[in-house]
Design a protein around this ligand. Structure first.
Ligand code: OGA
Ligand code: ZN
Ligand code: ZN
Length: 359
């Protein structure tokens, strides 16, 4: 860091790479990293912003010999900031993909992932980057899917239990338990908050078809934006009712099909033909919404966006349920096919990955 200039309440510095950044006095005082202000291990703030900030006035700024920004405050407190403090938000490590990924699917070996921290990190890094990651060689045992989730976090229990079965049943109430195809979707959009991760473990696959289909929903959002920012905006603005009911549950929530962040980057998709309600209100607005929705579905169903592969017994797919849409092709109802699934959450996965990657 070289220049340190103070204009009113704004400090301007030049970072080692030449970038000029400006920070307001309030953000600097609030972000003071000294041991009096922040817990050295957890980084938790040790003072109340509401008490300290109203009186925060800068008395002077300088750059130390070690290249740190030193701020002296009117009340005598001194803050010292390393250049890293000014780093903009860490780049998201998301890597968009389409059908061309099919030749390079992120397969990992269960035995290695269990035995070696570096292999576990590689498996989780693929899930963070691509939104999904695959295992082969998982023991073909009841409930094993929960043991795999426990390698990085906590199982998210729902009204379907800690884990659930997907298998053909005669009196299926859920399309999933028939031999029909399932169009690419996110699970449980009617749940608030929606589970951010899902695991599906194949126990039996003795049918023709029943292939797994995955689509990078964020890549699809970018394609829709490229085609028409207006259509994307319609999907992002209008909440849609998603609902599910059975003998013991009534679940519903109102959420847009696409959630964008403040910079209009995709944060989440809620897309499920089975549980989607219909938009209410002005027919003209509804027609415009359907144009956008059908354009999105057209992209989701396009072979160019889909990777298709078959899970064999012992295979397990872990995916980000707000980013990656999953579905399956249809199959003959004779023969057996059985998957077990469970939900989990992304924060636990990212935490486990970050701890594995320390040092
Ligand atoms: C589901 C589902 C996948 C499959 O039940 O929601 O996505 O391969 N099943 O059967
Ligand atoms: Zn301090
Ligand atoms: Zn599903």
């Amino acid at each position: 860091m070289t220049v340190a200039e103070l204009t009113e309440d704004v400090v301007r510095v030049e970072l080692p790479d030449g970038t000029l950044v400006e920070r307001h006095a309030l953000a600097l005082r609030d972000g003071c990293p000294c041991a009096e202000c922040r817990h050295p291990v957890s980084g938790q703030r040790l003072f109340e912003s509401s008490r300290v900030l109203p009186n925060a006035r800068i008395a002077g700024v300088a750059v130390s010999e070690e290249g740190r920004l030193v701020v002296d405050w009117a009340d005598g407190h001194r803050s010292s900031f390393a250049a890293e403090w000014f780093d903009p938000d860490e780049e998201r490590l998301l890597q968009p993909w389409d059908a061309s990924l099919e030749g390079a699917l992120p397969w990992h070996a269960w035995a290695d992932v269990v035995a070696e921290p570096s292999a576990r990190a590689a498996w989780l890094r693929d899930a963070a980057r691509l939104g999904f990651s695959l295992l082969h060689g998982v023991p073909v045992e009841e409930g094993e899917v929960e043991t795999v989730a426990a390698l990085f976090g906590a199982v998210r229990e729902t009204n379907y239990g800690r884990h659930f079965d997907v298998s053909v049943s005669v009196d299926a109430r859920n399309l999933a338990d028939t031999a029909l195809p399932l169009s690419p979707h996110t699970d449980n959009p009617y749940r608030e908050p929606t589970p951010t991760l899902q695991l599906l473990h194949c126990l039996v696959s003795d049918v023709d078809g029943g292939d797994t289909v995955l689509v990078d929903g964020f890549a699809v959002v970018e394609r829709l934006r490229h085609r028409s920012p207006e259509l994307l905006g319609l999907l992002a603005r209008r909440p849609i009712r998603f609902a599910y009911r059975d003998e013991s549950a009534e679940l519903w929530t109102d959420v847009p099909v696409v959630t964008l962040d403040a910079a209009a980057r995709p944060l989440a998709l809620h897309l499920n033909n089975r549980s989607k309600g219909v938009p209410q209100g002005d027919p003209g607005d509804v027609a415009a919404w359907y144009e956008a929705y059908l354009a999105l579905l057209g992209l989701v169903e396009s072979p160019e966006q889909q990777v298709v592969f078959k899970l064999a017994p012992g295979d397990l797919v872990l995916f980000d349920n707000l980013r990656v849409l999953h579905g399956r092709t249809g199959f003959a109802s004779t023969g057996a096919r059985r998957l077990q699934g469970c939900y989990a959450d992304r924060d636990g996965l990212l935490s486990t990955l970050a701890v594995l990657e320390r040092g």
